[in-house]
Write a protein that binds this ligand. Structure first.
Ligand code: ZN
Ligand code: ZN
Length: 259
């Protein structure tokens, strides 16, 4: 019924009890989840999880914030993504929130991911924080529209959403939409068409109300869907149906050639 399009269940907070995590998913009607890669060093953990649980998918990529490990090149990313359970490239993008000094390395890394995605034919998972303008610019320069993807954990303006959707990117909303003070984001939910929308937890972070401040998990994506339904004045079932169909339209097609 619901799909969590972005989680990190390989992180220690959740990896310690994966059977509990997947049981809670089942109990809440969360049928699938996409476990998103943040560096090459922990990628094998994610693949192991997808081997254990048929309803968990993976992505391959290095987070724009991660400076600890191996810097990927296009061939390396393609090599990792050439697997039936790997349905996307990412998370990639730009994050100027913590970056100091010259951020050219981030833009280079982002370009590498877009090139890999276009070559292997799998969509992008894009993270952007305090860098919306440059993110869209790099996407445009690297023809990201050719492969499309998702702007994950969206917190930008309606105009950024519009430009991303024009480049074949879906908009994914996290538990932030349930926060009382997120009024601007609640307005944006109303402007994004249902057929361009995904839902996610970004767990273990960003637990939605009523679990705000606690450890998040894929089961809680239900609360994101419920808030979107409330904001749009439609049923939770229609949000579930649309976001599930969108997920498979975006990611399953990408997985098909190697399935
Ligand atoms: Zn992110
Ligand atoms: Zn993430």
């Amino acid at each position: 019924m619901f799909i969590d399009s972005h989680c990190h269940i390989n992180f220690p907070e959740l990896a310690a009890d994966l059977s509990g995590v997947t049981k809670a998913m089942a109990a809440n009607g969360v049928t699938h989840a996409l476990c998103v890669s943040v560096n090459l060093e922990t990628f094998p953990e994610i693949l192991a999880i997808t081997a254990r649980f048929p309803n968990i998918f993976a992505s391959a990529g290095v987070h724009p914030d991660d400076r600890s490990g191996e810097e990927p090149d296009v061939d390396r990313l393609i090599g990792l993504a050439d697997h039936s359970k790997v349905v996307a490239i990412g998370e990639t993008g730009l994050d100027y929130y913590r970056a100091e000094g010259d951020t050219e390395w981030q833009r280079q890394r982002f370009r590498t991911h877009i090139r890999a995605a276009r070559q292997i034919g799998k969509p992008l998972i894009v993270h952007t924080r305090q860098a919306a303008e440059d993110t869209l610019k790099v996407m445009r320069e690297e023809s990201a529209a050719e492969i499309g993807g998702v702007m994950h954990c969206f917190t930008e303006t309606a105009e950024v959403a519009r430009q991303a959707m024009e480049m074949n990117f879906m908009i994914s909303f996290s538990g932030i939409v349930t926060f009382k003070n997120a009024t601007a984001l609640k307005d944006i939910v109303c402007t994004v068409p249902l057929d361009c929308m995904l839902i996610e937890t970004d767990s273990p972070y960003l637990a939605p109300v009523p679990y705000r401040g606690k450890t998040n998990q894929p089961a809680y994506v239900r609360f994101v869907a419920e808030e979107i339904a409330r904001l749009k004045g439609i049923s939770v079932e229609s949000v579930a149906q649309a976001t599930t169909a969108n997920f498979f339209r975006l990611f399953k097609r990408a997985a098909a050639p190697n399935a």
